[in-house]
Ligand binder design. Sequence first.
Ligand code: TMP
Length: 253
Amino acid sequence: MSRRKKLYEGKAKILYEGPEPGTVVAYFKDDATAFNAQKKAVLEGKGVLNNRISEYIMGHLNRIGVPTHFIKRLNMREQLLREVEIIPLEVVVRNVAAGSIAQRLGLTEGEPLPRSIVEFYYKNDELQDPLVAEEHITAFNWASTQDIDEMLAMALRVNDFVGGLFAAAGIRLVDFKLEFGRVYDQNDLMRVILADEISPDSCRLWDMDTNEKMDKDRFRRDLGDVTEAYAEVARRLGIIKESTVVSIDEASP
Ligand code: TMP
């Protein structure tokens, strides 16, 4: 990877210049952070698992016609992506009360929400990603009303489809976070497409029967067995074999 030019290093991924103009390569690190990087650890094998899980989900979304930046997985830790101009928003879809909505609105974790709720957070580490309204998004020009409508429609479509994928694997999709980016075609027409990753780092995933957490909350809340839980998600989705052990840098490519 060092042969390529590094474009950006985030908390869980590094972006390198891609082989063709308009492409980038994402490298999935084992680093885990929480609470705006106040809590940090290296979880061996996490990057490999997130690369595979995100490939699986983004690949399915591409196939059903949800436009994403995902092109293909290159190897254990890298994927080839379409370069996008990231919209500075984190779009969270919630089906069940958990995390910050439970705290903010005094809901009991695990309470089903009356309907799926979509929230926007301003992507800004210094401000700790504050919750914002459409008013703020359009007034400060982070996105237009049309962009917001497209993100809302895609987010709900992703929720229905990915919720179904996980349900078939005995996993409840409690909530998740999406990021979107802009791409421009030959006629300079702009389109909003799904970007970033969809993995247990960016979702809350609970076992359908026991409610056991199978996502990054295991790290945030010191529940242990974080990568083991991610590997179980990958096994249940049929991405890795039943027998695959967790320290998996040697898992099948
Ligand atoms: P929250 O309940 O803490 O607001 O999180 C909602 C969802 O968004 C949850 O699935 C975790 C995910 N998330 C991220 O992917 N990145 C973040 O920085 C935060 C705060 C949440």
